[in-house]
Each structure stands twice: as structure tokens, then as C-alpha cells.
Write a protein that binds this ligand. Structure first.
Ligand SMILES: Nc1nc(=O)c2c([nH]1)NC[C@@H]1CN(c3ccc(C(=O)N[C@@H](CCC(=O)O)C(=O)O)cc3)C=[N+]21
Length: 266
């Protein structure tokens, strides 16, 4: 039997705890340069969670020309306590410049170089990128230890792959990162104990990619041809053929939005 790693029980537990905090002096601001499926799903999830704890959320739609000044305004606005810039960031915007500009104290997704440096040097006491953090917390909740495991990450972005690799290294996992130029992905995934994937290609990972003891953490969210939300994993095909997986929806994404709200409040 393949186990499904739902985030719901952990979500509920953490939500209950969050309700003890006052949200009166907290506000999350989201800087959005474009609308796409991924950030719409995120916005829906985080809005729903924010409503449950009465946290104020504002979305600032901006343009490549105004992004820097709009971000500066959010930095200077004392009522704003957390800032998230939706990724991916479109062409014509200097992503590194935005990252340098975001106030390190409000940088809930850990994109400012000061916060990244802390994380990359092994100090996890500050902000941690939220999707990688959710992936690790989900494994912790289900008692899955990554130490000495062969972990494959299929994503090399600044938001998912690279920070996730750091978190796994901190826990003495053996880490491999696959990306767009990787040859023979299957050869890598067949050797892996735990596979973290965030490609965004609906259900492309079938059972031929995995050993029977594989655990798959699906960090992608897309929509397939019939309009269903899916991740990278073909969950019908892998039934009874791998050990465990996190579903989409109700897996990593559901927890990511809660960790975002938690990060703003705490
Ligand atoms: N700077 C940045 N950091 C990100 O982490 C980031 C981003 N930009 N841009 C967009 C993608 C996508 N993403 C999601 C997070 C949560 C859900 C989520 O809450 N999903 C729920 C609910 C979905 C629903 O009900 O519509 C679920 O899967 O159960 C979805 C998608 C984070 N991303």
C-alpha cells in the first residue's frame, strides 16, 4: 500500500496554535508582476488561511518599471510586516536587484542575500524559503528521516531547489539536483530514496521513474487537460508501486501557505 502524505493534520495542528497569536499589528503584502496559474493557486490558499486567523493581506499589482519603487514603498510602510514577491519574475525585471532591495526584516520567503547567506551557512534560525520548509516539515510530521538518504531534487531554482538542498544537507542527506540540462533523469530517480519534484509538467512522473521504496514529495502544481489540479507525479500510475507520496492539492502547497502566514505573524 502506498501511503499518502496529506498535509491536513499538520495544517490543522499549526493553525490551532497560530490562533493564539494576535494579528492586529501584522500585515502581509504581496508584490505581483504577472498572473499565472501557480501564483493564483498560492493566492487562493494563503487568502483562505489568512482569513482563518484574521490576517490582513494586500496584493500590489505592479509593472517592470514600477516594481522597484513599489517594493521600496512596502519596505518603508510600517504597517507592512511581511513581503512576498511572487515568482517566477518576468523578463525585463532584474530579479537580483529586487532581492537585494527587499527589507531583510520583512523577507518572509528568504530572498534577500543577507537572509540567504545565513541559510546557506547552515543557520536556520531566520527566514527559510517556504516551499522547501513545507517539504521538510511534512517529512518530519510523518517521521521520515532524511539522514543518509539519497535525495534527488528535480528543480534548481532559487525558491525551491537550491534552498531545499541546503536544508537537506544540514540534516546529512546525500543530495543531488536535477534540472533542465540533466541527462537520463530516470537513472537518477531510480537510485533515489526521496525525490522532491517541482517541474510543473502535469503527471509526467510515472512508476517507471521510481524504485518500490521511493518517497515522492511533489512541490509542483499545474492543471491537466480536464482542468484537474495535479502535480508532477502520476498518482494513479504509482499506486502500490512506491512507498509514499505527498498529494496535489492537499500536500506541500497547503502547508506552504500556512507557513507563510505563520512567518508573517511570528
Ligand atoms: N516567491 C514565491 N514563492 C513560492 O513559494 C511560490 C511563488 N513565488 N509563486 C507561485 C508558486 C506556487 N506556490 C503555491 C503555494 C501554495 C499553494 C497552495 O496553497 N495550494 C493548496 C490549495 C490550492 C487551492 O485550493 O486552490 C493545495 O495545494 O492544497 C499553491 C501554490 C508557491 N509558489
Amino acid at each position: 500500500m502506498t501511503k499518502i502524505l496529506y498535509s491536513k493534520p499538520l495544517y490543522e495542528e499549526k493553525l490551532k496554535n497560530l490562533k493564539k497569536y494576535s494579528t492586529a499589528n501584522s500585515k502581509l503584502a504581496i508584490l505581483r508582476l504577472e498572473k499565472n496559474f501557480g501564483n493564483s493557486a498560492y493566492l487562493k490558499g494563503l487568502t483562505s488561511t489568512a482569513n482563518k486567523v484574521d490576517l490582513e493581506v494586500v496584493v500590489i499589482d505592479t509593472t517592470p518599471e514600477n516594481a522597484y519603487s513599489d517594493l521600496q514603498k512596502l519596505n518603508e510602510d510600517d504597517s507592512v510586516t511581511g513581503i512576498l514577491i511572487f515568482r517566477p519574475i518576468p523578463d525585463g525585471v532584474d530579479e537580483d536587484e529586487l532581492d537585494r532591495l527587499i527589507s531583510p526584516e520583512k523577507d518572509v520567503d528568504c530572498m534577500n542575500p543577507i537572509n540567504k547567506a545565513k541559510l546557506y551557512s547552515g543557520d536556520t534560525s531566520g527566514f527559510i524559503p517556504l516551499a522547501p520548509k513545507a517539504s521538510i516539515e511534512l517529512l518530519d510530521y510523518y517521521g521520515i528521516d532524511v539522514e543518509s538518504k539519497n535525495c534527488l531534487i528535480i528543480n534548481h531554482s532559487n525558491v525551491v531547489g537550491k534552498p531545499l538542498a541546503m536544508l537537506l544537507l544540514n540534516r546529512f542527506a546525500t543530495v543531488e539536483i536535477a534540472h533542465i540540462k540533466t541527462k537520463n533523469l530516470r537513472e537518477h530517480s531510480l537510485r533515489a530514496d526521496i525525490i522532491f519534484t517541482a517541474v510543473g509538467e502535469s503527471e509526467f512522473l510515472d512508476s517507471s521513474y521510481f524504485s518500490e521504496d521511493a518517497i515522492v514529495i511533489d512541490i509542483a502544481i499545474t492543471r491537466n487537460e480536464d482542468g484537474r489540479f495535479t502535480g508532477d507525479l502520476n498518482s494513479a500510475d504509482i499506486q502500490d508501486k512506491i512507498k509514499a507520496y505527498s498529494p496535489v492539492p492537499n500536500g506541500v502547497g497547503g502547508l506552504t501557505n500556512l507557513l507563510l502566514i505563520e512567518s508573517v505573524i511570528k
